[in-house]
Design a binder for this molecule. Structure first.
Ligand code: NAD
Ligand code: UDP
Length: 311
């Protein structure tokens, strides 16, 4: 198949492109390189079935494809809050453009949504049936509400125009090629530990997150895209939940760092707890994560250590 991956030069997108090429598909990676980088895909450039287009999905584009994975959108709070209006445009206008493309060429389209649609959840763990608790006017809203509208657009193009859609709600994912400067907890803690610097836990560290290794996520994404008769939304994440303090301690242990844990202020609207209920993904896709946190973190630590050595 000919497959378009928007945001293909980003963290998740680059792993997805790699996997799809490995399966023998033609892959078009479309990216504006806001948070993505050429380094993430340089190893794929020699493959004659791989094509890169520098383009912003806020603008329409004409292509002939069979599948569209719509991942283009900055994902970390530091990046999506850098230009919040642009973040909304990317999620909303970008999604409309990709849906228009899917409609015209009759491609199947998968939207990368997020656990952030649940906001600061009052239901725990989060099932797909939960409508969420999102602040519409806060500093995370450009991302959270943008993704909620993207889900709405997907459903309306499906109901109104019969577009073949899939929606996945991705929970915190980590692994090699996360951006060094993205301020997310995994990259921050691993880099701080590798430099023996203080580990910056925001708040008292009692807030929880559940971390999924990127290879597991990519497997779930492809299963969802190729699953017939199920459009989602479906949660994709690892249900093993950690407090952020436990997570900091784990990273110190794995790296053998001499870092101390310090506490910085908790960002506004920081969700207190997050854990996916993945029953639906297990039932409908036969999917469950297979990489445990310790193993995934060791690989990720190895990746960042190598990057630090290269300078
Ligand atoms: P990332 O920032 O590494 O990748 C996003 C990519 O999209 C980058 O390559 C960036 O340059 C590109 N991009 C951004 N705006 C664009 C635009 N207007 N036009 C074209 N390209 C654009 O983030 P990621 O972690 O790889 O996330 C990928 C997708 O998965 C995002 O849609 C994100 O919302 C979603 N997601 C990720 C996580 C996670 O934990 N990583 C969790 C939930 C949802
Ligand atoms: N966090 C932290 N220290 C950091 C970066 C993040 O304690 O240096 C916390 C953050 O406040 C949040 C959790 O870790 O509670 C996950 O943050 P991240 O930005 O990775 O993802 P998100 O909040 O979007 O789930």
């Amino acid at each position: 198949m000919k497959i378009l991956v928007t945001g293909g030069a980003g963290f998740v997108g680059s792993h997805l492109c790699e996997r799809l090429l490995h399966e023998g598909h033609d892959v078009i990676c479309l990216d504006n390189f806001f948070t993505g980088s050429r380094d993430n895909i340089i190893h794929l450039m020699d493959n004659h079935r791989f094509e890169v287009i520098r383009h912003d999905i806020v603008e329409p584009i004409l292509l002939e494809v069979d599948r569209i994975y719509n991942l283009a959108c900055p994902a970390s709070p530091v990046h999506y809050q850098y230009n919040p209006v642009k973040t909304v445009k990317t999620s909303v206008m970008g999604c409309i453009n990709m849906l228009g493309l899917a409609k015209r060429v009759k491609a199947r389209i998968l939207q990368a949504s997020t656990s952030e649609v649940y906001g600061d959840p009052q239901v725990h763990p989060q099932t797909e049936a939960y409508w969420g608790n999102v602040n519409p006017i806060g500093i995370r809203s450009c991302y959270d509400e943008g993704k909620r509208v993207a889900e709405t657009l997907m459903m309306d193009y499906h109901r109104q125009n019969g577009v073949d859609i899939r929606i996945i709600r991705i929970f915190n994912t980590y692994g090699p090629r996360m951006a060094e400067n993205d301020g997310r907890v995994v990259s921050n803690f691993v880099l701080q530990a590798l430099r023996n610097q203080d580990i910056t836990v925001y708040g008292d560290g009692s807030q929880t997150r559940s971390f999924c290794y990127v290879d597991d996520l990519v497997e779930g994404m492809i299963r969802m895209m190729e699953c017939d008769g199920f459009i989602g939304p479906v949660n994709l994440g690892n249900p093993v939940e950690n407090t952020i303090l436990e997570f900091a301690e784990k990273i110190i242990r794995i790296t053998g760092a001499t870092s101390r844990i310090i506490h910085n202020p908790l960002p506004l609207d920081d969700p207190k707890q997050r854990r996916p209920d993945i029953s639906l993904a297990m039932q409908r896709l036969g999917w469950t994560p297979s990489v445990d946190l310790e193993t995934g973190l060791r690989t990720t630590v190895g990746y960042f250590a190598e990057r630090l050595e290269k300078g």
